[in-house]
Design a protein around this ligand. Structure first.
Ligand SMILES: [Zn+2]
Ligand SMILES: [Zn+2]
Length: 461
């Protein structure tokens, strides 16, 4: 059977959105918000066409208790909400590992999947023994001194149960292992010996299998894609996902499918939409180096100024995913170019339906009622969002004719045909801006906008 999964998500306790407003004193209120998140997730995922989602933050004790009280185990290691079983859940968390690389400290996020609650208890004991503050933080830090210690600790977690899986998260973002924040070029420079036990890697919103095919070390690894959603809103949940083929619908079946690369395809955000696609400095940045409200620059890898120095503020640019992939390819002894190596697995590039609606209807707030209304109408006519990306274009037209604004349907068809791009593409923490109806070329971008420092710019060009 095929299963659409999104195994990197968060509870409302993980920081990022509403969690900031949740104070530990308001226990009752916290529980209410957390349970309603669970229920919303349960109803949202079927509209997206996703069968199974990670619980997020599974070791965070308030959340663990809520999960224990509200979920029932239907198949071994697979849970659903009591009485409202539309979506399956798997026990999952994300932990932040840090270690010294030279004199600086590097951060890397890692997803963990657990087969049962008792393995989470043992995981928590380990965190206690390392004096990790996991009671106050849903996404705790495991601070290590060396890559060897990172290795020992991940090994210790994996040794709790042979079915626990560790998956380096969003590997090309600044908080991912190959990201720009302290650049390393091999997995063992951060993970030490445990690298050989890591089989599955998350592409993240900023990369996809085509870009990761530039990195030789990932050739025999498995790539998956997840939403990393911090809220149950439609534009967050399942914005990326993975379709796997499995023999047994239970936890072990899912882990076996992942480990053995039974990936049917991943559904990917176009990398150029991601916030760290190109190298650059955004407008209005305060540090390092000052940019005015209208001063910014961004570059394709071959146009990046020497030593990655910003022509506007003279500080180091935020190095983008594309440049990192090229650098790592070179450092690993190959000079791969984009498109020269076939991606290890199938994938589709799509734009989440809610983003298309927001673009066509010119409504920026992605949770606006009129967008949600249109979303519901389209998915009622066509089926879950996932199905739309595989549906024949004629069928889409026939099923929606005269019932959905043709501008919306045309935009969906253009995206299906790959006629879309992001102009400006994402760089230095800013998401790319969607343009539907034309294709992009990211090889020749060399943009510097600076009012006062035009003189200085020329020598960097
Ligand atoms: Zn993360
Ligand atoms: Zn700058």
């Amino acid at each position: 059977m095929e299963l659409a999964i999104d195994i990197h998500a968060h509870s409302v306790f993980a920081g990022g959105t509403r969690a900031l407003q949740i104070s530990p004193e308001k226990k009752k209120e916290n529980r209410k918000i957390a349970i309603s998140h669970l229920e919303k997730t349960n109803f949202t995922m079927p509209m997206k066409g996703i069968d199974l989602i990670g619980t997020g933050d599974s070791q965070f004790s308030i959340w663990t208790d809520i999960l224990k009280e509200n979920l029932v185990e239907n198949e071994k290691g697979i849970f659903t909400l009591k009485n409202l079983s539309h979506t399956s859940f798997i026990l999952q968390t994300e932990i932040i590992f840090t270690t010294k690389i030279g004199k600086r400290s590097k951060i890397t996020h890692v997803i963990f999947l657990f087969p049962h609650f008792s393995s989470i208890d043992m995981f928590r004991d380990l965190l206690d023994s390392w004096e990790v503050k996991h009671k106050k933080m849903a996404r705790p830090f495991v601070k290590c001194h060396t890559p060897n210690q990172v290795s020992d600790r991940i090994n210790a977690i994996l040794d709790i149960d042979p079915w626990i899986e560790a998956i380096p998260a969003h590997i090309m973002t600044p908080q991912g292992v190959f990201g720009s924040n302290i650049r390393i070029n091999r997995l063992d420079e951060f993970f030490g010996d445990v690298s050989s036990r890591l089989r599955v890697f998350e592409t993240g919103l900023s990369a996809d299998p085509e870009f990761l095919a530039l990195i030789p070390e990932l050739d025999d690894r498995v790539l998956i894609s997840n939403s990393d959603a911090h809220s149950s809103a439609l534009h967050r949940m399942g914005r990326e996902f993975t379709v796997i083929s499995l023999d047994n619908f239970d936890y072990n079946g899912i882990i076996s499918a992942l480990r053995n690369n039974k990936i049917v395809y991943t559904a990917e955000f176009p990398p150029e939409e991601g916030r760290f696609f190109l190298t650059g400095h955004r407008a209005g940045r305060k540090s390092p180096g000052l940019h005015g409200e209208n001063e910014f620059c961004y570059f394709s890898p071959k146009h990046v100024p020497k030593k990655d120095v910003c022509p506007i503020c003279q500080k180091n640019l935020t190095v983008g995913v594309y440049q990192r992939c090229i650098e790592i390819s070179k450092e690993q002894g190959e000079n791969r170019e984009l498109g020269s190596t076939k991606p290890r697995q199938e994938f589709i590039r799509m734009v989440p339906l809610i983003d298309i609606l927001s673009h066509v209807l010119k409504i920026k707030t992605k949770t606006a009622k009129s967008l949600i209304k249109n979303y519901h109408k389209i998915t009622e006519l066509l089926g879950p969002e996932k199905v739309i990306w595989q549906m024949d274009s004629n069928e889409i037209v026939n099923k929606t004719e005269s019932r959905v604004d043709t501008k919306i349907i045309n935009a969906i068809l253009e995206v299906k045909a790959g006629n879309f791009t992001f102009d400006v593409p994402g760089f230095d923490g800013v998401y790319g801006s969607l343009v539907i109806g034309k294709k992009g070329n990211f090889e020749e971008i060399n943009v510097i906008i600076s009012s006062q420092k035009k003189q200085q710019l020329d020598k960097y060009l």
